[in-house]
Design a protein around this ligand. Structure first.
Ligand SMILES: CSC[C@@H](O)[C@@H](O)C(=O)COP(=O)(O)O
Length: 351
């Protein structure tokens, strides 16, 4: 069993093909932006932070051995590739924000007369390579902050519920919501974790279950329509999920099904936390109504493992994400602490 979603060294990028998990662990090479775009679009790699890292590293793979005659040519190439990469999947904001950062760096290096074209390329590559390490350290901090808030005032092991996959397969290595669960587990204070199957793409059953088994955490799989029954029949201390984009007011887009879990949590008085790095926060949009929700192809709903399960001829609606209103969110666990939705804009501006 392997949990390393992204392998990178000196311009060589490989990703674990998540379409094949849990049956087969196979790495595929990403030689440039076209392959990066395809892998993200087909969901061979998925999860907001991993999408950003693989997208940007595919740009590194593209330019690593390429010679540029001028800084203008390099800046134009980088900018064109980034513009293309951000069209791969529309809802998660992490790739868009990372692309904006790389683009601004390229623009500032372009006007810096002390830097030559090769140095400019190396600076761009270095800044992207740094994203890998930063994501891991941010995830560790999210894990600690989350464990602290969940365990505050509680002196017994916790029972938690999560949705989709937010672990090593969705990030550079430790995870966001699953990172918090890992941190609680590392403190020997995890009684049990439940994970939802996460229809229609089954990130919970295929990927989160795979990670939980790998880590030997006490875990149980449920289908998405068992959440209300679970909260009604067993004490769950908190629900914790990830995020693809958090708007300025705290409204949060995450995997389809998250919203209904938050509604059920409210009904049962169960705390509902979102765990996300600052790279998932988009203060440029006021609220969740402005988040573009990706719609995926029908076959991801009608088929499982290539086998048709839906009646032929039926129409389908397949949104990949939904938006949970900020009012249903207890707190947003970030690398810089646990924030109330109302604190986001101020904290982001303190960057
Ligand atoms: C740390 S991953 C956070 C989110 O990206 C995750 O919860 C999620 O919704 C993933 O969706 P996916 O469609 O699998 O990319």
């Amino acid at each position: 069993m392997t949990l390393e979603a992204i392998k990178y060294k000196a311009g060589q990028l490989q990703i674990l093909d998540q379409l094949l998990l849990p049956g087969e662990s196979k790495y595929i090479s990403i030689a440039g932006v076209k392959e990066g775009w395809n892998a993200i679009h087909k969901m061979q790699v998925r999860g907001a932070p991993a999408i950003a890292i693989v997208g940007c590293l595919s740009l590194v793979a593209e330019i690593y051995d390429k010679q540029y005659d001028t800084k203008v040519a390099l800046e134009q190439d980088v900018s064109k590739h980034l513009q293309y990469l951000v069209t791969s999947r529309p809802t998660a904001v992490n790739l868009k924000l990372a692309a904006d950062d790389v683009k601004s760096l390229a623009e500032s290096l372009l006007t810096n007369e002390t830097v030559n074209v090769e140095e400019m390329k190396q600076e761009i590559i270095k800044s992207i390579e740094h994203m890998l390490e930063k994501d891991i350290s941010d995830n560790r901090a999210i894990g600690d902050n989350g464990a602290n808030v969940l365990l505050k005032g509680i002196d017994r092991p916790l029972k938690l519920l999560t949705h989709c996959n937010t672990g090593s397969l969705a990030t550079a290595g430790y995870g966001t919501a699953l990172g918090v669960i890992r941190s609680v587990g590392e403190r020997n204070l995890l009684e049990h974790v439940y994970c939802t199957e996460t229809r229609p793409y089954n990130q919970g059953a295929r990927l989160t279950a795979y990670e939980l088994v790998h880590d030997k955490l006490p875990a149980t799989l449920i289908t998405d329509n068992m959440v209300a029954a679970l909260l009604n029949s067993r004490t769950i201390d908190a629900i914790i999920v990830g995020a693809d984009r958090v708007a300025a007011n705290g409204d949060t887009a995450n995997k389809i099904g998250t919203y209904q879990m938050a509604v059920v949590a409210k009904h049962h008085g169960v705390p509902f936390y979102v765990a996300a790095p600052f790279t998932s926060i988009d203060v440029a949009i006021a609220d969740g109504s402005q988040i573009k929700i990706e719609e995926r192809p029908e076959h991801e709903l009608t088929h499982i493992g290539g086998q048709r399960i839906a009646a032929p001829g039926i129409g389908c609606w397949n949104p990949a994400f939904d938006v949970t209103p900020a009012a249903l969110i207890t707190g947003i666990i970030t690398e810089r602490g646990v924030l109330k939705p109302s604190e986001l804009t101020e904290k982001v501006s303190q960057k």
